[in-house]
Design a protein around this ligand. Structure first.
Ligand code: SF4
Ligand code: SF4
Ligand code: FES
Length: 251
């Protein structure tokens, strides 16, 4: 059986959708079809990929309008009675065809204060921590940095507020650090100001597209918002901080 694929071809200066037809077989994923189209019709078609196992986060694109990993999207999950639409991610500058420049994400990550563990416990000289504390941050560590959540977030995608908002992926990263029981760094001022958490209006689109099923909004963003509200808008805590100049009340 043959299927049609409408693929964006072009670069930052412009381009167009080009339709390709290719033979498909049981078990194929979208990335297989793209590779086949490269081999048969378009040797210069640019596509980024690496593991073909949903673990490197490289093959992110928009499939029929939804941010997805091309290597994890089976063709039999898609309606093939019309062309499969393949577009590059919209939230990042286009390099060529399906490849975007995601380097902004790595610059953002560099600006986040790093993990700063306390000294080993004086009592027994270890960094022993409770299992429930490990469980809480473990979910966040599944992130493969595909940036699909960044792509779907309207703050970056529609409003292009890349200078003011770090996006859901990095709020997950900050949450993992802030909730780590051994960490001593204080990032709440940054979360409120430089990281722009106030721009998130909890639409949960990021959670919907995450291929690792990280509960981004409920488990990372909302707890961070609560910490910011406690720190900066709770009158009792503000008074306490004023009186005692407490640097960090809650960890
Ligand atoms: S919940 Fe917040 S971070 Fe996630 S997509 Fe919506 S606005 Fe963006
Ligand atoms: S949080 Fe999920 S969607 Fe966002 S970059 Fe990580 S794995 Fe991808
Ligand atoms: S190729 Fe690695 S996640 Fe798709």
């Amino acid at each position: 059986m043959k299927a049609d694929f409408q693929i964006w071809r072009g670069d930052a200066s412009g381009g167009k959708l080009v339709t390709y037809s290719t033979e498909i077989a049981e078990g194929m994923v979208v990335l297989d079809a793209v590779h086949q189209i490269q081999a048969e019709h378009a040797n210069d078609l640019a596509v980024r990929w690496n593991c073909k196992a949903g673990k490197c986060g490289s093959c992110s694109a928009e499939i029929n309008g939804i941010p997805k990993l091309m290597c994890m999207t089976r063709l039999n999950e898609l309606p093939l009675n019309k062309p499969v639409l393949l577009l590059p991610m919209k939230a990042f500058p286009l390099i060529k065809d399906l490849v975007t420049d995601v380097s902004w994400n790595f610059r953002v990550k560099k600006k986040i204060k790093k993990f700063t563990p306390r000294a080993a416990d004086a009592a027994d000289g270890t960094w022993r921590i409770f299992q429930q504390d490990i469980d809480r941050v473990q979910e966040f560590r599944k992130c493969i940095e595909c940036f699909l959540c960044q792509d779907v977030c309207h703050v970056l995608r529609e409003h292009q507020l890349h200078d003011a908002f770090i996006g859901p992926r990095f709020l997950v990263h900050v949450a993992a650090l802030e909730m780590h029981p051994l960490d001593t760094e204080d990032r709440l001022e940054d979360v409120k100001k430089a990281n722009g958490i106030g721009y998130c209006n909890i639409t949960k689109c990021c959670t919907t597209v995450c291929p690792e099923e990280i509960t981004i909004t409920d488990n990372a963003i909302i707890p961070l918002k609560e910490r910011v509200a406690d720190r900066f808008y709770d009158p009792l805590k503000m008074l306490f901080r004023f009186l005692f100049r407490s640097k960090k009340i809650i960890k």
